[in-house]
Design a protein around this ligand. Structure first.
Ligand code: ADP
Ligand code: MG
Length: 246
C-alpha cells in the first residue's frame, strides 16, 4: 500500500478570505486506504482544508489533485470528482423533507444513473451496516443525533466514493451517541476506505489513524504516526494543544 501513488495530492495551497490567510503553504499527500486525522485549535484552517479537497472552496495558490484530476484544470469535471469524495459534516446536513431512504437514493439515482430498485437495495444494505435499517421510512427529525449522523455517513457511502472526508462528525452529539458514530467510522477504516478526518476524538485517532496532522494558523506544523505524535509531538504548539485536550 505504501508504494501506491497518492489519491490526494495537496501542494503549496494557500487560501484567503479577504485579507485573512486561512491556509498557507499546505502540502499533504494521502495514499489509497490511508487514514489521516487532522487536529488543531479552532480557526486553524481544518474545515477550510477539507472543503478545498472537494472544491467547496477554491484555492488562491498551489495545486490539489484528486485521483488524477487537478481541481483547477478547466477540463476536469468537478462534479465527477465530487462523486468520488464523500463528506460528512458536524451538522449532519440531511434533507429534512425526505425520508431516510430517499436521502440515500436520490443522488445515486440522479448522478450514478442507478434505477430505484438498485438504489434502494444499496440503501438498505448501508442502513443495515450503520445499524438503522428499521428507520428507512422515517424523516430525519424523528431520529437522534447519533442516528442522523449514521444516516449521513450511509448517504455519503451510497455514492460509492473512493475517499471520505469527515469534519468533526461527533462534535454536535450528546456524549452517549459519540461511540455509535465512531464505531461506524472504525468499521469503514478497517474496510480500507481512504479517510481524512477532522476530530478531537483522540481514542479514534489512536485506533484508526495512520497519521496525525496538526494545524495551526492555516499551516501544517507537525505530523506523525499516532504513537510517535502522542508520545513526542515536536512542535511546542502541538504539545500545548495535546496537553489541553488529553
Ligand atoms: P477550523 O475548522 O480549524 O476551526 P476554519 O477552516 O473553519 O478553521 O477557519 C479558518 C479561518 O478562516 C478562521 O479564521 C475562520 O474564521 C476563517 N473562515 C472560514 N470560513 C470563512 C468564510 N467563509 N469567510 C470568511 N472567513 C472564513
Ligand atoms: Mg472546523
Amino acid at each position: 500500500m505504501s508504494s501506491a501513488e497518492p489519491i490526494i495530492t495537496i501542494s503549496g495551497v494557500a487560501k484567503y478570505f479577504g485579507k485573512l490567510k486561512a491556509l498557507s503553504g499546505v502540502s499533504m499527500n494521502v495514499r489509497p486506504g490511508e487514514k489521516v486525522v487532522i487536529i488543531g485549535p479552532s480557526g486553524s484552517g481544518k474545515s477550510t482544508l477539507l472543503r478545498t479537497i472537494n472544491r467547496l472552496e477554491t484555492i488562491d495558490a498551489g495545486r490539489i489533485v484528486i485521483d488524477g484530476s487537478d481541481l483547477d484544470d478547466p477540463k476536469v469535471d468537478i462534479n465527477k470528482v465530487r462523486m468520488e469524495v464523500g463528506m460528512v459534516f458536524q451538522s449532519f446536513n440531511l434533507f429534512p423533507h425526505y425520508t431516510v431512504l430517499d436521502n440515500l437514493t436520490l443522488a445515486p439515482m440522479k448522478l450514478r444513473g442507478m434505477n430505484r430498485d438498485e438504489a434502494e437495495a444499496t440503501a438498505f444494505a448501508l442502513l443495515d451496516k450503520v445499524g438503522i435499517k428499521d428507520k428507512a421510512k422515517v424523516f430525519p427529525a424523528m431520529l437522534s443525533g447519533g442516528q442522523q449522523q449514521r444516516v449521513a455517513i450511509a448517504r455519503a457511502l451510497a455514492m460509492n466514493p473512493k475517499i471520505m472526508l469527515f469534519d468533526e462528525p461527533t462534535s454536535a452529539l450528546d456524549p452517549e451517541m459519540i461511540g455509535e458514530v465512531l464505531s461506524v467510522m472504525l468499521d469503514l477504516a478497517k474496510e480500507g476506505m481512504t479517510m481524512v478526518v477532522v476530530t478531537h476524538e483522540m481514542g479514534f485517532a489512536r485506533q484508526a489513524a495512520d497519521r496525525i496532522v496538526f494545524m495551526d494558523h492555516g499551516s501544517i506544523i507537525d505530523e506523525g504516526a499516532p504513537s510517535e505524535f502522542f508520545e513526542s509531538a515536536q512542535h511546542p504548539r502541538a504539545q500545548k494543544f495535546l496537553e489541553q485536550i488529553l
